[in-house]
Design a protein around this ligand. Structure first.
Ligand code: NAI
Ligand code: MN
Ligand code: ZN
Length: 338
């Protein structure tokens, strides 16, 4: 089988590998579609502190179960599944409180262990979620990115009367917009980015107002209109954003952050406590595949609005470079296997 391997930082190869055998409790998935994510590009460039090399990347994937290990129901062979990349131990403190996404022994498929950019990939059977017939193969590969939005919004508990502000109209910002509008019915969703084409995509994904903060001052524009956001998500993840978000927020607002920068950001206790703001962080997803699959099946979210490209898996290196360099035209890029 073919596997996309980052042999060492900066070196990508399509290797021929032995067909993997599913271990006890695992299934083997014949991969059909897999999405490229910023973190795949980071592993490629050696910018992911968790990655060990060589590594088969890819953590957003869909396929068919074609073999099962000991203890797994053989009737699952042939099932259409999306795979949750979060592999957790099930008994540490975070696991015991329903937070397997920050398990003390967390293993992320495609980061800590081999992933889905491969003709076949093995995963724990419980991580392989059945996909209803009404969801297409391509859309099923988009479940994982929407689980990121499902996870952060679960912390933020959006309400219809919230005034939401989203920083960043990349894939993450767009899944958050769709979730706020389609699932929670938030009336006003404001999005800011520095790239005009991405702001157009934000509107196509449901944003009510798209603001280019490279051209004008967002704080000033909000002040002029008397808008104080009650719910803010930083899906751009520059360390300077949190301070601005705290300043713009309404008293009693909630702020969600999802970045991994190691750089300090400067905030004061006073700016947070005086408004009694709640700041939540969110990492990956805590068993939110069933929820997202339900949303997709019910048409509350529409993955098609994020997918800009679908390319054969053999062209993975070109696709990853295009994804990285061309933020104006690329949002979600899918690789087709098989
Ligand atoms: P992306 O790079 O495609 O999108 C980020 C967008 O933010 C870009 O369109 C950029 O123009 C915009 N931006 C940058 N600085 C800005 C600023 N100061 N104001 C307004 N817009 C600004 O990235 P993607 O894939 O959408 O992911 C976003 C972030 O989320 C990344 O930092 C990534 O590491 C993080 N992430 C976190 C996850 C988690 O579980 N916590 C999961 C996935 C991604
Ligand atoms: Mn991803
Ligand atoms: Zn655990």
């Amino acid at each position: 089988m073919r596997s996309v391997v980052i042999e060492q930082p900066g070196r990508l190869a399509i290797q021929q590998r032995e067909l993997p055998q599913p271990a006890a409790g695992e299934v083997r998935v014949k991969v059909k579609f897999a999405g490229i994510c910023g973190s795949d590009v980071h592993i490629y460039h050696g910018h992911n502190p968790f990655a060990k090399y060589p590594r088969v990347i890819g953590h957003e994937f869909f396929g068919l179960i074609d073999a099962v290990g000991a203890g797994v129901d053989p009737q699952r062979i042939g099932e259409r599944v999306s795979v949750d990349p979060v592999v957790s131990c099930g008994h540490c403190y975070p696991c015991s409180v329903g937070r397997p996404n920050v398990c003390s022994a967390l293993q992320v498929i495609g980061v800590h262990r081999d992933g889905g950019f491969s003709d076949y990939a093995c995963a724990p059977a419980r991580n392989a979620y059945p996909i209803p017939a009404g969801i297409s193969d391509r859309h099923a590969a988009m479940v994982e990115p929407f689980t990121i939005a499902a996870n952060i919004t679960a912390h933020l508990q959006p309400r219809a009367d919230d005034i939401a502000l989203i920083y960043g109209a990349g894939p993450m910002g767009l899944t958050v917009i769709q979730t706020l509008k389609g699932v929670y019915g938030v009336k006003q969703v404001i999005v800011t980015d520095r790239i005009a084409e991405r702001l157009t995509m934000a509107q196509q994904n449901g944003a009510d107002w798209a603001f280019n903060n490279a051209e004008a001052s967002l704080p000033q524009a909000l002040l002029e209109r008397g808008i104080r956001p009650t719910l803010i998500v930083d899906a751009a993840c520059h360390p300077a954003i949190l301070q601005e978000a705290i300043n713009l927020a309404s008293p009693a607002a909630r702020i969600g952050i999802m970045g991994f920068s190691g750089d300090a950001c400067t905030i004061t206790q006073q700016s947070v406590t005086s408004k009694e703001l709640s700041i939540f962080s969110s990492r990956l997803n805590s068993a939110r595949f069933p929820q997202v699959i339900d949303w997709m099946a019910a048409g509350k979210i529409d993955p098609a609005r994020l997918i800009t490209h679908c390319v054969p898996a053999d062209e993975v290196e070109r696709a990853m470079l295009m994804f990285e360099r061309d933020q104006r035209t690329c949002c979600k890029v899918l690789l087709q296997f098989g």
